[in-house]
Design a protein around this ligand. Structure first.
Ligand code: NDP
Length: 245
């Protein structure tokens, strides 16, 4: 395979300013793609990520977008298509994670997590599909091991990610034969934050491969789905070092 398999392609990554989304955007750019990232609050981080993508020699823009809002999603897709002229890859990375005991979970918390993690990717995909059909593009959703395994203090998060996994499969059928839709489900990803150091050590010890995942592990799985044969569709790929086994 060429080292720049995405040359001439364009990608839209939601929540691409920082953390895992940033790594996904940079990895797609390193593989040749022009990139639009969206941000909600992290405008400065988004500008920094855009600078790094441009340093790789790729065109890139950052667009403010709240995936809970139809109009905002519409504007982001229009901005991406106007900028690149076409759209080849959509990565639904934006998400929220919350820890709340189930008997204390509020209606607002439940609805907000679903609006971001499950409804957001639906809105994005619905808005982007006409463009992706033209390019025989890809949709890659970022799910979670929590959508496969039950975590007691994360009922709304786990349920929303399980919904996203099923949405991946329904979209794969609905958008075939032109567009392949797949999902990357990360396990414990260590982003090197001091406040989660103890927790990270605990999960690394529990993980069969004896380490936590990195943002790069997730980004490489996204790149796989972005570049693999489109005969792969509707799949949920755990990137978890065996933690879910
Ligand atoms: P974050 O929790 O850091 O969120 C990613 C981005 O989502 C944020 O930077 C934020 O943008 C954006 N975002 C949040 N709400 C909205 C919204 N309503 N509209 C648009 N954007 C929004 O994610 P991580 O980097 O930790 O993880 C990335 C993905 O991977 C997520 O989907 C997450 O659920 C999943 N995942 C992560 C794991 C981990 O260990 N970190 C494990 C399993 C899955 P901004 O900063 O601009 O506000």
């Amino acid at each position: 395979m060429t080292s720049e398999p995405l040359l001439g392609k364009s990608a839209l990554v939601t929540g691409g300013a920082r953390r895992i989304g940033r790594e996904i955007a940079l990895n797609l750019a390193a593989a040749g793609a022009e990139v639009t990232i969206t941000y909600l609050k992290s405008r400065h981080e988004a500008e920094e990520t855009i600078r790094e993508i441009k340093d790789l020699g790729r065109l890139a823009i950052a667009v403010e977008c709240d995936v809970r809002t139809e109009q905002s999603v519409r504007d982001a897709v229009v901005a991406a298509v106007n900028f690149h002229g076409h759209l080849d890859v959509v990565v639904n990375n934006a998400g929220v994670f919350q820890s709340v005991p189930l008997d204390q979970l509020t209606l607002e918390q439940w609805d907000d997590v679903f609006a971001t993690n499950a409804r957001g990717p639906f809105l994005l995909a619905r808005q982007a599909i006409s463009h992706l059909r033209k390019t025989h593009g890809r949709i890659i959703n970022i799910g979670s091991l929590g959508g496969i395994h039950a975590w007691a203090s994360h009922a709304h998060y786990c349920s929303s990610k399980a919904a996203l996994h099923m949405l991946t499969q329904t979209m794969a059928r609905a958008f075939a034969p032109e567009v392949a839709v797949n999902c990357v489900a990360p396990g414990y990803i260590d982003l090197g934050e001091a406040e989660t150091r103890q927790e990270a050590e605990h999960f690394a010890a529990k993980t069969p491969l004896k380490r936590n995942g990195t943002a790069r592990d997730v980004a490489d799985a996204v790149l796989f789905f972005a570049t693999a044969t489109n005969f792969i569709t509707g799949q949920v790929l755990a990137v978890d070092g065996g933690l879910g086994l």
